[in-house]
Design a binder for this molecule. Structure first.
Ligand SMILES: *Cc1c(COP(=O)(O)O)cnc(C)c1O
Length: 369
């Protein structure tokens, strides 16, 4: 089965050498040498001031909200992985959705203001599929309305905006290093911030509020990354340029053959994206499901990222319906893209899409969105 992604595994001998080090030292977690080395290398690679590793991207979000003291509600995007909103709800912060821009598929700055209420404490936006949000406009609103900004940057590893890491925008950005992400540590994540005081607070929260021997300064949780995961990260980071190159090559090929026929995500001029996903907007749900079925018959498994639109989730009601997000979530498919994916598989995927497009009668019965 060809899946939408295939977890990257680097050189096994290199990984084994790190495991030997862990066996020799017996240091398996709690900010060990491999975790520290990975933090330093990631900071340098990304060009960010503070980076704190966490044990996943979900806790990274929760810790970021806590460290920033968010409360009440937050204006956020309905078109993201569920964790962007579920973490808010988990922390007792009510997510209030603002619809997406139908071109970029990110939260639409035009929609944000009307969602801000008396208890709004933040804007939480996702750089969806690694496409940078309209960061200048979002931050202008936040400044005017005295709100914090958190970017869920789970997809945006290596993405650059205005010549620097997109993680340098906002009060904090969060990363996920889950095995399915472009860069990974099996499970893992990080919080990036330019603010040294916030970084200190994040470190404290990630380690139970403990700040020294016999010293517990306040409430915290356990969000530490272990040494085996850090070792995996060091191995994957060694190969990161190869990963970027392969993904870009595949992404460009999909673009070349699909643009003009299908709705592709709009990226602002000058932004450098990472091809962590290759999403395609079909005409409607019927066409998307027909393409999915036709691909699955060939043992190719595209995914409906992101479906359903988060404004439809029962546990987040009441919400105003967000039509652009609902429409897109019904007609989107993410196509296979990962280092090592064969060109003939890409051709099969593309040919299947193009063949489906030549069958208008099959989609005419569908409820178009
Ligand atoms: C993967 C992902 C997360 C969650 O990260 P985990 O490391 O799996 O906890 C959060 N937000 C987005 C947008 C994601 O894609």
């Amino acid at each position: 089965m060809i899946n939408v992604t295939k977890s990257y595994l680097g050189n096994i001998d290199k990984f084994k050498a790190y495991v030997d080090m862990i066996y020799a030292s017996h240091w398996m977690t709690n900010h060990g040498p491999l975790c520290c080395e990975l933090e330093e290398r990631l900071k340098e690679h990304l060009g960010v001031r503070n980076l704190i590793l966490t044990n996943n991207g979900t806790l990274a979000l929760q810790v970021a909200y806590r460290a920033l003291g968010l409360s009440g509600s937050a204006v956020t995007t309905p078109f993201s992985f569920v964790a962007t909103s579920s973490t808010l709800q988990w922390e007792g912060i009510r997510p209030v959705f603002a619809d997406i821009d139908p071109r970029t598929w990110n939260i639409d700055p035009e929609q944000i203001e009307s969602r801000i209420g008396s208890d709004t404490s933040a804007i939480v936006a996702t750089h969806v599929f690694g496409n940078p949000c309209a960061v200048e406009r979002i931050e202008a609103i936040a400044k005017r309305r005295n709100l914090k900004v958190v970017y869920d940057g789970a997809h945006a590893f290596g993405v650059r905006h205005a010549g620097q890491s997109v993680y340098n925008w906002g009060d904090a950005s969060t990363l996920s290093f889950h095995a399915t992400k472009l860069f990974h540590t099996i499970e893992g994540g990080a919080i990036v911030t330019q603010d040294d005081d916030l970084a200190r607070e994040v470190r404290k929260l990630c380690n139970f509020g403990i700040t020294g021997v016999d010293r517990i300064e306040g409430l915290g949780t356990n969000a530490k990354l272990n040494e085996f995961s850090s070792a995996m990260g060091l191995c994957v980071l060694d190969d990161i340029e190869h990963i970027f190159e392969q993904r870009a090559e595949m992404g460009h090929y999909y673009e070349q053959r699909l643009s003009g026929h299908f709705d592709l995500q709009g990226v602002h001029d000058g932004d450098e994206i990472n091809y962590s996903y290759f999403p395609v907007g079909l005409l409607n749900q019927a066409e998307a499901l027909a393409v999915r079925d036709a691909l699955q018959e060939q043992d190719i498994n595209p995914r409906r990222y992101f479906y359903p639109s988060l404004d439809t989730l029962d546990y987040l009601q009441p919400q105003a319906a967000q039509p652009h997000s609902r429409g897109l979530s019904q007609r989107i498919l993410c196509l296979p893209i990962y280092p090592g994916l064969a060109r003939d598989i890409q051709d099969k995927v593309i040919d299947t899409l193009l063949r489906q497009r030549e069958k208008p009668q099959d989609t005419s019965l569908a409820h178009a969105v």
